[in-house]
Ligand binder design. Structure first.
Ligand code: UD1
Length: 418
């Protein structure tokens, strides 16, 4: 079994380019099937979730091949509309294929994605958006069956700005007749990247980044080359690691505007953070102070995906910081693992209270989920002694080369077979 082993206590120094964004590339991969031609994705991170999406694309009849760092998808001959259960289980966000398959073939079938490590993950908003466009959606023996003789552009008002439901609605709307208007849409930067990708395939779509998105349905005819946006959560991870361990790092291939709530928190904690075009510089003496309450919220609020990561950076801070998790029910599972390293954290329902401790000690800890695993890496670089992180398949879902990246910044970290 492969683990990550970190010997903490080294300052982090250096320049590091940030990988392409997982949460951007997954809906984009689903969107490739909307165009019966070729798409080239540049800066596509090699992640287990990306490999799972590639397996789905191939099952549907696409040709998908890595050519160096580029992923080339030829969706000329999509012939199947079902996603088998074993492929659905590999990745919860495969539900994003529903809208795309429906738009391309007029029907789609897959198993219900169900809950995951963050607690229940309902898809009612995804399904009601598809129904609004005229799809018949039925659940038969745990399988979701969607069918539409013709999708019709309509107004879809989301009761909350779900990222996945916004993306599914955008993809299905591409196959509808007329214009679809999505109201109370999610405003995440990854939605803007999806819009840019759809535009480069020939779609008329506007409004992404705001709460109202308009998509004109119609055949997408253009072969295209798209560069995936930088991963803001991976950037937040390495900034938090440098904040906690001390040092000076410069991240490149990053958009500092996407990270303003995270960098504001690190600044309040005592780091010097300078954002420039395509880069962020962070300087820290490793002696952080507690900050005002961190409340997760939809973008442009503080990202739920960075909650565990920032928490890990503040474990040795002077004072007490309160975290309020507003997005998911079960997103403090990393807390027990951090406490094994000597952290002082108490959790009650959606609130976690972190009281800084003078030191953390390396321990054997287990990833409970993707960002919880990233938090263990952040804690590991600032702990005394050796931290062994187990169940790292969670980390590999979202980080292309976590060990290589942290080695490049001077951390003492390695893969180890035990
Ligand atoms: C996406 C991200 C995930 C991030 C999350 C919130 C991807 C692949 N994943 O997940 O990393 O943590 O956004 O920023 O992009 N909800 C419903 N009904 C629905 C859909 C969602 O009640 O039909 C609720 C969810 O339970 C949750 C909230 O809406 O409480 C936000 O979820 P959503 O924005 O949909 O997250 P995902 O798209 O699943």
């Amino acid at each position: 079994m492969k683990h990550i082993v970190i010997r903490g206590g080294h300052r982090l120094e250096g320049v590091l380019p940030v990988q392409g964004a997982k949460n951007s590339v997954l809906p984009i991969l689903a969107a490739t099937i909307l165009h019966p031609g070729t798409t080239v994705l540049r800066g596509c991170p090699r992640l287990s979730d990306v490999e799972a999406s590639i397996r789905i694309l191939r099952h549907l009849g696409c040709d998908a091949q890595w050519q160096g760092e580029e992923l080339v998808v030829d969706a000329s001959s999509v012939s199947r509309w079902d996603v088998p259960d074993h492929l659905m289980r590999e990745m919860r966000s495969s539900v994003i294929f529903l809208g795309a398959i429906l738009a391309r073939l007029g029907k789609a079938e897959m198993s219900y994605p169900g809950g995951c490590e963050l607690g229940p993950r309902p898809i009612d908003l995804h399904l009601s958006a598809l129904r609004k466009l005229g799809a018949a959606v039925e659940e038969k023996g745990g399988r979701l069956c969607c069918e539409a003789a013709a999708l019709e552009g309509r107004e879809i008002a989301l009761s909350l700005p779900s990222v996945g439901a916004t993306e599914n609605a955008m993809l299905a709307a591409c196959g509808a007749r007329g214009e679809t208007v999505i109201v109370n849409a999610a405003r995440e930067p990854e939605i803007v990247d999806l819009q840019n990708f759809l535009r480069s395939m020939g779609c008329t779509v506007r409004g992404a980044g705001s709460s109202t998105i308009c998509v004109a349905g119609g055949q997408l005819t253009k072969d295209c080359i798209h560069t995936v946006m930088p991963d803001r959560i991976v950037a937040a991870t390495y900034l938090s690691a440098a904040a906690a361990a001390g040092g000076e790092v410069e991240l490149t291939h990053v958009d500092y505007r996407h990270l303003s709530t995270v960098t504001a928190a690190l600044h309040e904690a005592g780091c010097r953070v300078i954002g420039g075009e395509g880069r962020i510089l962070l300087r820290s003496d490793g002696a952080l102070k507690a900050i005002s309450a961190v409340r997760t919220a939809p973008y442009p609020g503080f990202p739920t995906d960075a909650q565990a990561i920032l928490m890990a950076a503040l474990l040795k801070s002077r004072g007490t910081t309160v975290f309020v998790e507003n997005m998911f029910d079960n997103r403090y599972r990393h807390v027990d693992e951090l406490c094994r390293m000597g952290a002082d954290i108490s959790v009650a329902d959606r609130v976690a209270v972190v009281t800084g401790v003078p030191r953390l000690s390396g321990a054997t800890v287990r990833c409970t989920d993707l960002r919880g695993g990233a938090a263990l890496m952040v804690a590991g670089v600032s702990a005394e002694g050796e931290t062994c992180i187990e169940d790292i398949h969670h980390i590999c879902r979202g980080y292309a080369d976590p060990v290589g990246d942290l080695v490049a910044l001077g951390a003492d970290i390695r893969w180890e077979e035990r």
